[in-house]
Each structure stands twice: as C-alpha cells, then as structure tokens.
Design a protein around this ligand. Sequence first.
Ligand code: AMP
Ligand code: MG
Length: 344
Amino acid sequence: MKKYIDLRNTKDYSELKYAASIIKEGGLVLFPTETVYGLGANGLSPVAVKKIYEAKGRKSDNPLILHIANLNMLDRIAKNISELEYKLIKSFFPGPFTLILTRTENVPNEVTAGLETVGIRMPSNEIANKLISYADVPIAAPSANISGKPSGTNVQDIFGELSEKVDCIVDGGNTDVGLESTVVRVINDIPTILRPGKITPEDIKNVAGKVNIDKHIFSKLSSDEKILSPGMKYKHYAPNSKCVLVYSKNNNLLKNKIKEISDSYKMPIILSRTENINQYGNKVVIDIGSDVNEIARNIFSVLRKVDKFNPDIVIIEGVDPQGLGLAIMNRLIRACEYNYIEIV
Ligand code: AMP
Ligand code: MG
C-alpha cells in the first residue's frame, strides 16, 4: 500500500520519519517545498536517482537539484566554493534559490547528467527541511510532474500522473511561491541567472553588486548553442491546447488585442488578471490573480485546468517582466512555445 501522509493541518511531523526511511531505502517520495512539489530520492544513490528519471520521463541529460537541510550537508557535495558564492548562500539559503557549484565525487553522474557542477538548494519549507534532516542525505528532486507538463503546486493536480509511480506522498497543501527556484551560477565573478524565480535579479544585485541574466530566458535555443542549464531546451509547462501570450504595458491595448484574437476563434479561453476579468463579454475567462505573487501561485494549476474546456486557443495575459514578473513571463512564454505578442 502506498503511504499518504497528510500534513496540511498539523505541525506534528513524526510521520515524516517513515517518508525519510523510504528515501534512505532508495524509494521515491512526493513532497512539498515552498516553490513547487518535488519528486524526491536519495541524491547519493545512482539507482534511486534513476527512478526519478523513469517516473517523470525526464531526459537523462537534464540534471537534478540536490536539496539540503543545513550547511553541514554542503561540503559533502560541493567544493571550491568562492567568497561570492558563500555570500549568496548566506543571503538566500534557505529559500527559493539554487546555486550551481563544483561537485565532489560523492555526487553521482546520474544527478548531474555528467556535468562537473551540481545545483544545490536548501528549501525553507518546514516539511521539506524535516524530511531531508530525517533522511540525513541530500534529496535529489525535480519538480513533481511528468516532463513537459506544468509543475505540481498541490497534490490533487499531480495525483493522477504520479501517485502510482511513487512510494509515499506527503501532502502539505498549496505551495507558497508556485514557481520553481531561481537558478544561479557565478560566471567570471558575476552571478548569472539561468532560470528566474522568486529571488529576483534586484535581490541578487543587492547582495553581489552585479547580476547577469542568461539570454535564453526568453529566447529559443538553436541546436548548436552551448547551454548552461540543460532544462532550458525542453518543452515545458504547456497545455495540450494551442496558447498565445499577449502583453502590453498599456492595459487598453492589451484588452483590445485579446478581444481581437478571441473573436477569431470559436472556443477561446482567456487567462486574465483579476482587473480584466469582466472585460471580455461572454468569453470563457479564468482569473489568474491580481498581483505577481498571486499569479505565480496560481499559474501552474490554471495551466493544468485549461484543457478541460477543450479550447481552440488559450489566450494568456502577460505581466510586466520585472521582479517576480520575469519568472512568470519565462514560464508563460515556454507554455506558449514562444508564441508571444507584445504591443508597444
Ligand atoms: P526542475 O528540477 O524541474 O526544477 O529543473 C531543474 C533545473 O535546474 C533544470 O532546468 C536543470 O537544467 C537545472 N540544473 C540542475 N542542475 C544543473 C547544473 N549542474 N547546471 C546547470 N543547470 C542545472
Ligand atoms: Mg521541472
């Protein structure tokens, strides 16, 4: 029998010891973090880590992040950490922040997809932290979803696709942030954002004095380009239906464009910010939230719902790509497979 541990309304985490024993024995555990749900396994066991790739259908060249509970776990898996990297660790651990570091020989190739670097994160979510502490090993965990689908931000959304593939499910309710961590690698002494998230370019600049943003955050990769973060080249977050992302700084221009597009389809569905939900007449509209925090929290769950309406087009209102908005637009542009219209 698969074990389901409900921690939505309790601070009694004793049952997590069972989940931790599954990790130690090489099994798979679905668990919450503050970003999205993770599909976790013992990050030091090649056999256990392989199960993650199988369960997700994840390509073997797409490395996993190792999750730690405290800084004592860091030295086992990373080496040659620079002063600037320590500064970033001190500022953003625990939290929605992944740092790419040079790995030690303890880290299996299966985790890093053969790279000499490893992504490391210390979740701030209490359940995640306790689970890792009890397991007493770094937990390798990608987002909990079948590869290509939106990441799971609550257990109901992903139960159907993953429950048969894991040994234990830990339910911690809805995740706080709703988008995966900010992934950063220090290159030539400058923190470079490989994937945007809740920790924003401004946050990093305030600590490090400078920050770069990898250009692939918004652009498609050409096949011969060297990729710093392999995950960026894969299709992700997309509903089955065709999607288009529309953005303008001017809300009237935005609404008019969306009306125009929706009028040319039979069954459009519009993902609208709260302020515009009554602006689209009798069209099917889903409210994605009123500010970037709310939108980040809702967006994956909404993207998972749209196919049920059987739309011939999903039209998505974009947000200002500043702060957390940068991460939201990064995910949406990929959900739309780069089908993006900006009206200036
Ligand atoms: P997910 O686990 O689904 O949140 O995806 C993890 C992301 O981190 C993917 O985009 C990976 O390509 C990226 N990542 C993990 N480890 C590394 C690494 N060593 N170097 C660069 N990117 C990494
Ligand atoms: Mg993922």
